[in-house]
Design a protein around this ligand. Structure first.
Ligand SMILES: Nc1nc2c(c(=O)[nH]1)N[C@H]1C(S)=C(S)[C@@H](COP(=O)(O)O)O[C@H]1N2
Ligand SMILES: [Mo]
Length: 307
């Protein structure tokens, strides 16, 4: 295993401590610790992946207490208060559509063998706020390789679970539930597109979309769908919940673009969360600063039309 990577079972420092103590108690410590040492136990803190930004991450508190997760209410403080009601064990993900290996995968089986990385990404919400988040995750392309899309597949569609007894927001017609999102195959295969399973080196808190959520850093935050239970490959453009709700305000592509304003507000600048309400706004960068990596995906497209 390479040095700057670590596996799902190894990311929680608490868990590692307990494992070691168990080993010590059984008296098998020396031999097993030697083996596991070579598997990276001593490298529990991942170094930045090559795709990470140099910008300073927001605090754990900022990232986990200022959220959009309408299934748990529309206030930024609601998800932290109510997301604990969601049960995430067991967790199955349905893989369907134009793939060679469809099925209901247990979360653990789906990510089995995949090496997790820390990806520090800029994150820009369509409402005008932004954060920097140290995600733990892996390129979505790794899952796609496992499930083998057929050549006719042109898009990847995602769905959040529908469970109104645990997610009280789903009892109200705020959106046409379940929350849905989609990407083109090229976007989904891009190495910057990740499925996150954690942040700050720990399992994903429920308010941030446990146990598995999408993160597409050059797009507005609403594309980064949380608590995914279904991934399907299609030949038609999938439903995107906000696009369906209000197509004149939210496009399918939703690339961060300071040159294309939202009909009701400018997208030229953003408010970084965490520095107080009077903090200086930042200029929003095209593709959220990831233009060198992703602009090639949209060559020849009119981004005012395909917003
Ligand atoms: N299922 C689901 N996913 C969702 C949302 C939601 O309401 N439901 N909100 C989106 C929006 S608008 C944003 S900005 C991000 C917020 O992610 P964060 O709370 O981890 O910062 O989640 C996105 N994913
Ligand atoms: Mo958002």
């Amino acid at each position: 295993m390479v040095q700057n990577s670590f596996k799902y079972s190894e990311i929680t420092p608490k868990k590692m401590f307990l494992n070691r103590r168990n080993l010590l108690q059984t008296g098998l410590s020396s031999s097993i610790l030697t083996i596991s040492g070579s598997l990276g136990w001593c490298n529990s803190t991942p170094v930045k992946s090559e795709w990470s930004t140099n910008r300073k991450p927001n605090s754990y508190n900022d990232i986990t207490s200022y959220n959009n997760f309408y299934e748990f209410g529309t206030d930024k403080s609601d998800p932290k208060k109510y997301a604990h009601k969601l049960s995430t064990k067991p967790w199955k993900v349905e893989i369907s559509g134009l793939v060679e290996k469809p099925g209901f995968y247990d979360f653990g089986d789906l990510i089995d063998g995949i090496v997790l990385e820390e990806r520090i990404y800029a994150f820009r919400c369509v409402e005008g706020w932004s954060m920097v988040v140290p995600w733990v995750g892996f390129s979505l392309s790794q899952i796609l390789k496992k499930i083998k899309p057929e050549s006719s597949a042109k898009y990847v569609a995602f769905e959040t679970l529908f469970r109104p007894d645990e997610m009280f927001g789903q009892r109200y017609k705020i959106l046409d539930w379940p929350y849905r999102e989609g990407l083109t195959i090229a976007e989904a295969m891009h190495p910057l597109t990740i499925l996150a399973t954690g942040l700050y080196g720990e399992d994903l808190p429920k308010q941030n979309g446990a146990p598995l959520r999408l993160v597409v850093p050059w797009k507005y935050g609403f594309k980064s769908i949380k608590s995914i239970v279904k991934i399907s490959l299609t030949d038609k453009q999938p439903v995107s919940s906000w696009n369906k709700q209000n197509p004149t305000e939210y496009g399918f592509y939703s690339n961060v673009n300071p040159e294309v304003d939202h009909p009701r507000w400018s997208q030229a600048t953003e408010r970084p969360i965490g520095n107080g309400i009077f903090a200086k706004r930042r200029k929003t960068l095209k593709f959220n600063g990831y233009g060198d990596e992703v602009a090639a995906l949209y060559v020849g497209m009119d981004l005012k039309k395909y917003f």
